[in-house]
Design a protein around this ligand. Structure first.
Ligand SMILES: [Zn+2]
Length: 283
C-alpha cells in the first residue's frame, strides 16, 4: 500500500546516491512504517559507502483508516507557508497522484510540519496510541542535551514505549542580554529544558484549566513569542528562574502562575544526557 519516490542524496563522506523514500503511508496496511515514524527510523537509509544512516525530510501523506485521519506532513521549514500549502493541499487536494479524497468524505484533513508535528497530532487523535504511549511518555525520564559553543543549543528528548521525540532548546536574540557567558548560557538552557519538560506539544503536564489560564495570561502580558505557547512557556520559565526580581517586575501574572506550578508534581525526571550516546543526526 505504501508508495515510494526516488530522491538523490549526498552523504557527508562525499558519496552521492539515489534512495527510495516513502511518500504515502497507510497506517493500517503498513504498521511497521507507522512504528518507524514513531521511533524516528522513518525514511532513513544507509549510505552505500560508509553505512551512515541518512535521513531526508520530504513531504508525505499519512492515512489512518481507523481514526479517519488524512494528514499531509510537510517539511519543518515550510511552516511559514502554512496558508498557501493548506490551500494547495487541502482545497485542491494535490500532492500524490492517484490518492484523492473524493470518496473519503468522512476523513478529517490535517496539515502538519515535520515528524514532530505528526506525532503531536497522533498523540491527540490516535486513541490507541494515546493510551499505549501517554503514560510512559509522562513517566520515563527526559534527557537534556546542552551543546557547548556556538552550535545549536541542544535538545530535550522524550521517550515513550516506542515513541522518541526531540524538542529543540532555544536561546533567541531577545533573551541573549540575560546571558553573559557560557555558564549563564548553560543555566538558561537548563531552565528552558525544565520549562519544556512541563509544557510541550507532545506531553504536557498542564491540564485544560491551567492551559486556558496560561493562554489568558499570555494575552494580558505578551511575551517574546506570540506564536507558540510552548516556546513562550519554556522561555518565560527560564527568565523566571534566571532572575526572579526582574521577571516579577515585568510579568507579575506570569510570575504568580509559575509560583503556583512550583508545587506541582512532575513525574518525568529530567536528566543530563550522556554525550557519548548522542544520536547521529544527518541529512
Ligand atoms: Zn557515506
Amino acid at each position: 500500500m505504501a508508495m515510494k519516490a526516488k530522491y538523490e542524496i549526498r552523504c557527508s563522506c562525499g558519496t552521492k546516491f539515489t534512495g527510495d523514500f516513502y511518500e504515502y503511508v497507510f497506517a493500517e496496511y503498513d504498521p511497521e512504517l507507522k512504528d518507524s515514524i514513531l521511533s524516528g527510523e522513518f525514511n532513513r537509509i544507509p549510505c552505500p559507502s560508509c553505512d551512515q544512516r541518512l535521513h531526508i525530510e520530504n513531504r508525505f501523506l499519512y492515512r489512518d483508516e481507523k481514526n479517519k485521519l488524512w494528514v499531509w506532513v510537510c517539511k519543518k521549514g515550510e511552516e511559514s507557508q502554512r496558508d498557501e500549502l493548506a490551500e494547495e493541499l487541502i482545497e485542491k487536494n494535490t500532492m500524490i497522484e492517484g490518492h484523492f479524497l473524493d470518496d473519503k468524505e468522512d476523513y478529517r484533513r490535517f496539515l502538519v510540519f515535520g515528524r514532530d508535528g505528526l506525532i503531536e497530532l497522533l498523540l491527540k487523535e490516535d486513541q490507541a496510541l494515546k493510551r499505549s504511549e501517554g503514560r510512559s511518555l509522562k513517566n520515563n525520564p527526559a534527557l537534556r542535551l546542552i551543546m557547548e559553543g556556538n552550535k545549536d543549543p541542544g535538545y530535550l528528548f522524550l521517550s515513550g514505549k516506542n515513541i522518541k521525540i526531540s524538542l529543540p532548546l532555544r536561546l533567541t536574540e531577545a533573551h541573549k542580554h540575560l546571558v553573559t557567558g557560557p555558564e549563564e548560557k548553560k543555566k538558561w538552557l537548563l531552565y528552558y529544558s525544565q520549562g519544556l519538560n512541563i509544557h510541550n506539544p507532545c506531553s504536557s503536564f498542564l491540564n485544560k484549566r491551567l492551559r486556558v489560564k496560561w493562554n489568558r495570561i499570555r494575552e494580558k502580558e505578551p511575551g517574546n513569542d506570540m506564536e507558540n505557547e510552548f516556546d513562550d512557556f519554556a522561555e518565560s520559565w527560564a527568565g523566571y528562574r534566571m532572575d526572579i526580581k526582574r521577571f516579577k517586575a515585568l510579568y507579575p501574572e506570569r510570575r504568580e502562575f509559575f509560583d503556583g506550578l512550583k508545587n506541582m508534581k512532575i513525574p518525568r525526571k529530567l536528566r543530563a544526557m550522556n554525550t557519548r550516546l548522542i544520536p547521529q543526526e544527518s541529512g
